[in-house]
Design a protein around this ligand. Structure first.
Ligand code: GLC
Ligand code: CA
Length: 527
């Protein structure tokens, strides 16, 4: 039995939409997306039906890691507007029935954050993890008058905040216990930051690298306690707010206190197998660059839905009704749905699955029109993480219409180049076409929102765990997806599909169901 207050009721109905602020809509023509740009597109988001937007970090930053190097947690980066502009966006979003979550970078700051520059000059400051002398493995030499070295959390310019170590060792005196003064100050700072933004009307946070806080922490026991303490505080002070972790292991993060956690391209004992086996083509243009796995949603038909279903079963049994698992189409760190062997025509099946499975769906901006991963872009604000790993390809400007830079910006120097393909999808073209992916996604969101059986709390029964994949929701709705480029069929037993709520290329004949290439359907079952 969880000791937390139940998640706020709105969360079960959440359809997340992730906005990469620098790439969404540029209102003032400087080439970078901003708050007013997002505000001007709220009508569109409301039309689409998404109700919870999460924004990547929009705080003051030198942008060595696109804003994940925060230099001031309480003030936004001027390139996005002012704190007042953010407040106006949040307020108007609420008027459209849309909540906004910010990104809480909990584990590290920028090396330009005043906490760090002070710490680099003061040997008695323990907000960060300092070796007093020398430079132990993994540490970076002090940039200040303080001797010794600090521990980074990701890039070298992202010093780890000190939340202590689960295990101390006299030979390594920088391993402070979790209740030392530095860790206590940092836990308090997290509350201050959250309180500040929640007070402005924000609805919660996506928490960056949430598993990274306490170092050398087997089973993440001590890191979990930090979040448990924070959740108890939230339950008392901001009971309507939620925290959504970037952790990738809901069976650990949700019992620790998160209301929900993503299945990600990494995380947990199987290192992200649930999502990787479904549709994450890693980072590059070709699946094999990253991961030799055949995704279930690849056209070859070599994948299997089983690793996903098994991981989901395990995690959801561990969670019970204490929280939710979130299923993203993609995010700013890995490839879009339209990548590798998968093209835009193959995306409807993925959305039918995502929007009918008992997880919380998270749509990465542009996936709803089938924007593709763009290969071979320049390294932009720390996008490159390895020879075959450039995140810029998933971060290109939103494609709105046929105007300059696809309607993203009037600047000659957009944040990243727009997809150069003359046939690139746009919102305007797809809104004008009832048969488009965008319209399908909109109808699926509406169906899910008006049908409790399709939400995260409805039951699910897997009828056929292969090609086609067939499942029943709430004992009433039969869902069929065939991601394969060939016709497939399976026996249906006693199930009798009636009225089609959404269908393309699926027929039943007696007890057999047949799905054409990339066919899908959602049917009411006849009792
Ligand atoms: C998370 C973010 C990623 C960032 C890293 C360091 O994984 O999603 O974009 O580079 O943390 O903050
Ligand atoms: Ca701008």
């Amino acid at each position: 039995m969880s000791s937390f207050r139940p998640a706020p009721a709105w969360l079960a109905d959440a359809v997340f939409y992730q906005i990469y602020p620098q790439s969404f809509a540029d209102s003032n023509g400087d080439g970078i997306g901003d708050f007013d740009g997002i505000r001007e597109r709220l009508d569109h988001l409301a039309w689409l039906g998404v109700n919870t937007v999460w924004l990547n970090p929009c705080f003051a930053s030198p942008f060595g890691d696109a804003g994940y190097d925060v230099a001031d947690y309480l003030n936004v980066a001027p390139r996005y507007g002012s704190n007042d502009d953010l407040a106006r966006l949040v307020d108007q979003a609420r008027g459209h029935g849309i909540r906004v979550l910010l990104d809480l970078v909990a584990g590290h700051t920028s090396d330009r954050h005043p906490w760090f520059t002070a710490s680099a000059d003061d040997p008695d400051d323990h907000r960060y993890i300092w070796a007093a002398e020398g430079r132990p493995d993994g540490f970076v030499a002090s940039p200040g008058s303080r001797p010794g070295a600090y521990l980074p959390n990701f890039f070298t310019f992202q010093p780890a905040l000190n939340f202590g170590y689960a295990r101390t060792d006299p030979a390594e005196p920088w391993r402070q216990p979790v209740d030392a003064e530095g860790p206590r100050a940092n836990r308090e700072a997290l509350r201050t930051v959250m309180d500040h933004w929640l007070g402005l009307g924000l609805s919660g946070f996506r928490v960056d690298m949430a598993a990274s806080l306490v170092k050398d922490d087997p089973g993440k026991t001590e890191t979990s306690k930090v979040w448990t303490e924070l959740r108890h505080w939230l339950d008392r002070t901001h009971p309507d707010a939620v925290i959504l972790s970037e952790w990738g292991e809901p069976e650990v993060s949700v019992p620790a206190g998160f209301h929900t956690d993503f299945f990600l391209q990494f995380g947990g004992p199987t290192d992200g197998l649930a999502l990787r086996s479904l549709w994450s083509n890693g980072s590059g243009t070709v699946n094999l660059d990253w991961d030799p796995l055949d995704c279930f949603f690849d056209p070859s038909g070599k994948g299997s839905p089983r690793p996903f279903v098994e991981a989901w079963q395990q995690a959801s049994a561990a969670l019970g009704d204490s929280g939710f698992i979130s299923l993203p189409t993609a995010n700013h760190d890995f490839s879009r749905l339209n990548c590798g062997p998968r093209s835009a025509e193959q995306l409807p099946v993925a959305f039918v699955f995502q929007l009918t499975w008992p997880t919380l769906p998270a749509i990465y901006y542009g996936d709803e029109i089938g924007m593709r991963y763009i290969p071979d872009l320049p390294d932009t604000e720390g996008s490159v993480l390895g020879p075959a790993y450039n995140r810029a390809g998933s971060r290109t400007p939103m494609q709105w219409d046929d105007g300059p830079n696809a309607g993203f910006s009037t600047s000659d120097h957009p944040y990243l180049p727009v997809d150069p393909d003359p046939g690139r999808p746009t919102v305007a073209a797809q809104r004008a076409d009832d048969t488009s992916l965008l319209h399908l996604v909109r109808r699926l969101i509406a169906l899910r929102t008006s049908t409790p059986e399709l939400g995260p709390d409805g039951s699910v029964e897997v009828v056929h765990a292969g090609y086609p994949f067939v499942h029943v929701r709430g004992g009433r709705y039969l869902v069929v997806v065939n991601p394969r480029e060939e016709r497939t069929s399976c026996p249906l037993g006693d199930l009798r599909p009636g009225r089609a709520l959404e269908a393309s290329g699926v027929v039943t004949d007696g007890g057999t169901l047949t799905a054409e290439a990339f066919g899908y359907g959602i049917f009411e079952l006849t009792p």
